[in-house]
Design a binder for this molecule. Structure first.
Ligand code: SF4
Ligand code: SF4
Length: 383
């Protein structure tokens, strides 16, 4: 197998194809501190793409509630358990993964470690919702930060990985990564439904359609992003937690690119399960209320706790650039690829340098006068 460089692992790794970095890679950042678990993203996606026959159980976007929720059931626990011990070390100022990836730990004659979930694993998409990490004791009745008893929502879509396991495993070469934006797609004509992608994707973001007998997955709403419009789940996010854009490798990080800025420069966002070796392109600002660093490290590698600390620091120090970049998150339906803080505003620009969104850094505070002389009424009764 060829060796490819995975910057999230800080080292080279085995992958069945040569390293090809697309011109620019579509990516996203989800701020878990703002997700309210409303499932609007889930429904926006479902209504758009998966309302047909055979798609009933499919959630290309789902939101699970950690620590107990998962869809399909136990997807993360199962693959981490199969992978065994996952260790990280620090070398030359960067994190280096010392364990095996799913490609390196693959059984003989398989491309990667994986499994096909049982039908029963798909029956409870909301399992564990709003269940907290442990029973509340007398001591826990007083809220301390971070919270001793905690939970948080984890929205998930396909990560449009740099090294997709679904693509690697497909014997028909029906899965491909688009050159212009790195979106991972299944060629519906070539696919014969062997379900190797379904078995290999550790995030379980490929679904098998039992009616058409071919596999399907999130397409990052490519018809929309080609028109510089956000994907449906981003556009409809009620909590405004989602930043869409394009990520560069760390050595080419552009401080005006909001994704590069938040991931590579300010390091406030971390990849999901980087130890699996796929270099996923959806990043998360982990929840600051969680007192269990081991849980955060399990989900986001060593980048997780680092991101929590950097995020808290940015808020405490009133870092207007970080705050500005986050305020722009799906504040408009248009894709912006550059941003700048100018005076009291943060502005997003498209590829052509056109302003597409402008948001005040500080919401204007309007205090209504208690007496309205026009109507001769008192609006408030506290005078
Ligand atoms: S998350 Fe799964 S389906 Fe999506 S690109 Fe990665 S391996 Fe493929
Ligand atoms: S729409 Fe946004 S806030 Fe609501 S569940 Fe989805 S990601 Fe979270």
């Amino acid at each position: 197998m060829p060796m490819v460089y995975n910057w999230q692992l800080g080292r080279e790794m085995f992958y069945p194809y040569e390293e090809v970095r697309v011109g620019r890679q579509a990516a996203g950042i989800f701020n878990l501190n703002k997700c309210i678990g409303c499932q609007t993203c889930t429904m926006a996606c479902k209504a758009t793409w998966t309302s047909g026959k055979g798609q009933e159980y499919m959630f290309w976007n789902n939101v699970e509630c950690k620590p107990w929720g998962s869809y399909p059931m136990g997807w993360d626990v199962k693959i981490l358990d199969m992978l065994g011990v996952q260790k990280w070390g620090r070398e030359g100022g960067k994190w280096v993964y010392k364990g095996e990836t799913i490609f390196e730990a693959s059984p003989e004659n398989e491309i990667s470690l994986g499994y096909i979930p049982n039908d029963i694993d798909y029956i409870s998409p909301n399992r564990g919702e709003d269940e907290v990490s442990k029973p509340i004791s007398d001591e826990d009745r007083f809220i301390r930060i971070p919270h001793q008893v905690w939970m948080f929502y984890l929205p998930r879509i396909c990560n449009h990985c740099t090294y997709p396991a679904c693509l690697a495993a497909c014997p028909r070469r029906a899965i491909y990564k688009r050159g212009q934006d790195g979106v991972v797609l299944i060629d519906q004509v070539r696919c014969r439904g062997y379900r190797e992608c379904f078995r290999s994707c550790p995030y379980k973001k490929v679904f098998y359609n039992h009616v058409t007998r071919i596999s399907e997955k999130c397409i990052f709403c490519y018809p929309a992003i080609e028109k510089k419009i956000l994907p449906r789940c981003f556009r409809n996010c009620i909590g405004k937690i989602r930043t869409f854009g394009y990520i560069n490798p760390p050595e080419e990080a552009d401080p005006e690119n909001p994704i590069d800025f938040l991931v590579h420069i300010k390091k406030v966002a971390a990849p999901l399960l980087p130890q699996l070796g796929l270099e996923p392109n959806i990043y998360y600002i982990p929840p600051i209320n969680v007192s269990n660093d081991k849980f955060i490290t399990m989900l986001f590698g060593p980048y997780g706790v680092e991101a929590v600390n950097n995020y808290k620091k940015a808020i405490e120090e009133n870092d207007v650039e970080v705050i500005g970049a986050l305020l722009l998150s799906n504040s408009s339906m248009h894709v912006y690829t550059r941003f700048r803080v100018s005076g009291d505003y943060v502005i997003g620009y498209d590829d052509d340098g056109r302003e597409v969104v402008r948001v005040p850094i500080q919401e204007e505070l309007l205090v209504r006068p208690s007496y309205d002389p026009l109507l001769d009424v008192y609006i408030r009764n506290d005078v």
